[in-house]
Design a binder for this molecule. Sequence first.
Ligand code: 9WN
Length: 457
Amino acid sequence: MKQEDITKLKKQSKEILAKNTYVLKNNGKTHRWIVPSKQFYVHQWNWDSATHAMGLVHSDPDLAIDELRSLVRGQWENGLIAQIRFNPEEKSYFPGPELWGTEGFVQDNVITSGITQPPLLGVAVSYVYQKLQDRKKAQEFIAEILPRVLKYHEFLKKYRDPEDSGLLTIVHPWESGTDNSPRFDTALEAIKLDSIPESVKTLVHEQRIDATAGDESHRPRMHDYYRYMHLVTLFKKWNWDPQKMVAESPFANKDILFSSLWLKANEDLAEVLESLERKEEAKKLQSWAEQTREAIINTWDETAKQYSDLNVALGKKESIKEATIATFGPLYAKAYTEKQYDLLFKKLTDPQQFYPAFPVPSTALASPQFDTARYWRGPSWPVTNMFIVDGLSMRQDDLQALKLRDEILEKTLQTVVDQGFFEYYSPFGEKRKDGGLGFGEFSWTAAICLYLIERYL
Ligand code: 9WN
């Protein structure tokens, strides 16, 4: 990459993150957090924030700390750190705070949604702790944040892996972070549209704004949204009972990507605990990580040559064979046998599946469900590329892996230079008239550029 492009990318990334930062003064305290994009996502999102902090720690460490501090501030009594922490000054996202019925769980005046997102937070906390140059600040940061993150991990282990299998259950596609992925289609179709109350459909019709704020062909379809809101309405009726949500939700998925991030977060946090001489806690997290590693490896499907999610809704146990980006999550967590790695590598570099002009598409090109523009059904995303780049780079003596890493890294950064800071991009590298796909001026695209440049260039 040209040095001038790198310099420009860094400058623009910082500007986008600054522009998307909110400052709120409350009871004499100042709170700051970053929204994903002012064009639509005007609140704070869990796994987005983790990437924001990882990108910012090198250039604005105080903002990186504030970002994580603000996210964990809304932690529930039971340990949940939610998918969305709502911004009291903004009304324009659907479903907004008034639709979740979570007021009873509010801590410190922060209203949140009632579900979670992939647990990248632990990875971010460890990374920020490690990279903070001011070590006194690092110790204060970790003393403040670590108890909350550990409590969140206790929540996830207790409620999302009640059978102690090592694989974590998500109860809503939004919890996967890859919301509209075709790997959820069959499970969602089992929720019959005529079983969804008319009031829910009307609400979606009247209030859904993403498809008008953005391009409808990039967003989920109406029937997906009916089901998304149906699940929210059910959980609200169950007063967000975490046990019931897993046992009785018509959508429950043992998710490979979510579990991979869980594994990586546990290992990274175990290292932090180890360095703090908290050996017993470190051992516990390390053993959770090992258990998950083995469980992920065991989901390998020899025919599809990939890891498989498991539909566990209402007592089912159906292995999901859709070819999506989720199968590369284990690269990031080093959860593979060497034989599996070789097959994964082959899949990743196959131009018919996952290696078009701008890899890595969120759904295999050959899948009948592939769609160039609709979110998580085909487009390439910087966040999943970051996992793959980091995952390949863990293979220290493997020249082939490192070469591929450099190529994906370069293509990711170059695409942002050529098309701007979008939410996602066409895997064929084509540019639309205004740039990439989804919403623009996107924070994690900016943060991931900063992180990748800092780590690899
Ligand atoms: C629902 C904020 C979030 C990301 C998700 C992405 C999208 C929300 C939406 O935006 O999801 O959580 O309304 O579409 O799928 O990964 O965290 O950027």
